[in-house]
Design a protein around this ligand. Structure first.
Ligand code: HEM
Ligand SMILES: *[C@@H]1O[C@H](CO)[C@@H](O)[C@H](O)[C@H]1NC(C)=O
Ligand SMILES: *[C@@H]1O[C@H](CO)[C@@H](O)[C@H](O)[C@H]1NC(C)=O
Length: 511
């Protein structure tokens, strides 16, 4: 039994606690309202679509077809318009090359209202860092994308792709359409684990497969969270079943990364092992990260190492998965371009049976098609910034420091002032002559400026090797009963998967 005086003080404690929560909640609300007012006033000179007092534009944005809704807004409000995520957070949404240049040629920090959701998993890695620390990490990591490092990955890409294509060979025998997105995702993660952790030809072990599951879970859960208003508050989210699953998966991912780092460090201590690593065919990202030193000989801390590895895993697999899947969809949609890419690949290969580094530069038609597919289906459709200083746009309108910016890459790539007949798939837009005549900020699948994608060369190489090998093995065509439905979920996805029909080309035409 609880003594009387204790229960009295307990109930009084409860009263105090709820009072405190109320007061804190009140101050939080005042803070949010003041911020809202500031954001709204800053965007006064930018007219935009009507907003709901509570939901802002989220109702329109959560619907399917939201991407094309924004394209129609972009048509109605040239250059920029306000975009409200709920009642308090308003971005200036931009989709015009000069507007993009004004912001993205500078290195302003990421908008924490969006990117803080990633912190629990990927920590303070390159994607979310800012200021001098970002600069230091960027410099330390850049050697990891030197072409000497990237060269041997050509055969890693080919190996992972072969596993996927063999699986597809089985599925294609049933002569039914199937969703390629999942298989491409597994292939991309498999590749990235090999390039990051240096998993050799021995394949992935048991521990790796639980890591693999955790990463897939994390990406899925994070997408769900971003879409669900009620999950945005950390405290509330961690209490829900989804939030707890998220934390569990985070734990698995972190444990795996820590253990790989520990083992590799131990191996480096060992003289013999070190020699083995140095004589290995190639270095992986982890070798580069462990060896990175700045001018003062300072290396990355264990926490930094983990954040960078996790950032690579997050940034590096979903993006390429989206890119490859939508590219194959485009090929299915336009058989004449598909055939030209295939012929080019056959010609480059000649009587060899594997692509080499030098071949990648010769895939000119394929590269133009990849870029055109990036234009129409950008794997990262939207990126966000918070201005660290005021900006003035070409038309004289300006925004103060602290304003939030959303670059709508999807709408920029379909801006008819820049791209005539934007809906038409035309790889020749990316002929050298046509590219040189266009605004450098008209095409930004990898963003641009100092905070652009550090992995873009890696990604382009992977795209080329994987898609060329796919086109050599199969003919891709549409499943007219299940056309993909575009939805932005961090990356560009299809609500119903990407269902294609695959016809094996047989041993004569493919390799
Ligand atoms: C088709 C594939 C890819 C696309 C479309 C893509 C796109 C992008 C974009 C748009 C950004 C800017 C993000 C922002 O401003 O918030 C970015 C940043 C980044 N990407 Fe990629 N990416 C791809 C593949 C990769 C790969 C394969 C890696 C690593 C292996 C990678 C690593 C990164 C990192 C670390 C950043 C942050 C860079 C910084 O802020 O300094 N990406 N990427
Ligand atoms: C990931 O999800 C699968 C199925 O939903 C589940 O079986 C598995 O335990 C999850 N793994 C982690 C690490 O959360
Ligand atoms: C430039 O693009 C236009 C329209 O896409 C195309 O008709 C033309 O052939 C291209 N020019 C070159 C030199 O490729």
């Amino acid at each position: 039994m609880v003594p009387g005086f204790l229960s009295l003080s307990l109930s009084r404690l409860g009263l105090w606690a709820s009072g405190l929560v109320l007061v804190l909640g009140f101050f939080k609300l005042i803070h949010l309202l003041l911020r809202k007012q500031k954001l709204a006033r800053a965007m006064d000179s930018f007219p935009g679509p009507p907003t709901h007092w509570l939901f802002g534009h989220t109702l329109e944005i959560q619907q399917t077809g939201s991407l094309d809704k924004v394209v129609s807004w972009a048509h109605q409000y040239p250059c920029a318009h306000p975009l409200w995520f709920g009642p308090f957070i308003g971005f200036l949404n931009i989709y015009e090359p000069d507007f993009a240049k004004a912001v993205y040629s500078r290195g302003d920090p990421k908008a924490s209202d969006v990117y803080d959701f990633f912190l629990q998993w990927i920590g303070k890695g390159l994607l979310v860092l800012e200021g001098p620390k970002w600069f230091q990490h960027r410099k330390l990591l850049t050697p990891g994308f030197h072409y000497d490092v990237l060269k041997p990955y050509v055969s890693v890409f080919a190996e992972s792709t072969r596993i996927m294509l063999d699986k597809w060979e089985e599925k294609a025998r049933e002569d039914k359409c199937f969703d390629i997105f999942c298989d491409v995702g597994q292939m991309a993660l498999d590749t990235l684990m090999k390039c990051t952790f240096g998993k050799g030809d021995s394949g992935l072990g048991h521990r790796d497969s639980s890591y693999y599951l955790a990463v897939s879970n994390l990406t899925l859960l994070m997408q769900q969270r971003l879409e669900s208003f009620q999950y945005h508050n950390d405290f509330i989210y961690w209490l829900t079943p989804h939030g707890r699953r998220f934390l569990r998966a985070c734990q698995v991912a972190h444990d795996h990364t820590d253990q790989v780092i520990r083992e590799r460090k131990a191996a480096l201590q060992d003289e013999k092992e070190r020699e083995k690593i140095q004589n290995r065919r190639h270095l992986d990202f982890l070798d580069i990260l462990l060896g990175a030193r700045d001018e003062d000989g300072i290396k990355l801390s264990d926490m930094d190492l983990r954040s960078e590895v996790d950032t690579f895993m997050f940034e590096g697999h979903d993006t390429t998965t989206s890119g490859i899947s939508w590219f194959l969809y485009c090929m299915a949609l336009y058989p004449e371009h598909q055939q030209r890419c295939r012929e080019e690949a056959l010609e480059i290969l000649g009587d060899r049976d594997a692509f080499q580094w030098d071949d990648l530069g010769k895939m000119t038609y394929l590269t133009m098609c990849i870029k055109e597919s990036f234009r129409l289906y950008p794997p990262v459709p939207q990126v966000y910034r918070q201005l660290s200083k005021p900006v003035t746009f070409v038309d004289g309108r300006s925004l103060p420091a602290g304003s939030l910016i959303s670059l709508h890459i999807y709408a920029l790539h379909r801006n008819s002032a820049v791209w005539p007949d934007p809906e038409v798939f035309d790889p020749l837009r990316f002929s050298p002559e046509n590219v040189s005549r266009r605004h450098p900020f008209a095409f930004m699948p990898f963003s641009a400026g100092p905070r652009n994608c550090i992995g873009q060369q890696f990604a382009m190489n992977e795209m080329k090797v994987v898609t060329a090998l796919c086109l050599l093995r199969f003919e891709f065509s549409l499943d007219p009963s299940r056309l993909p439905i575009k939805i932005p979920q961090l990356i560009l996805r299809s609500k119903n998967g990407i269902h294609l029909h695959l016809k094996p080309l047989g041993p004569g035409s493919g390799k």
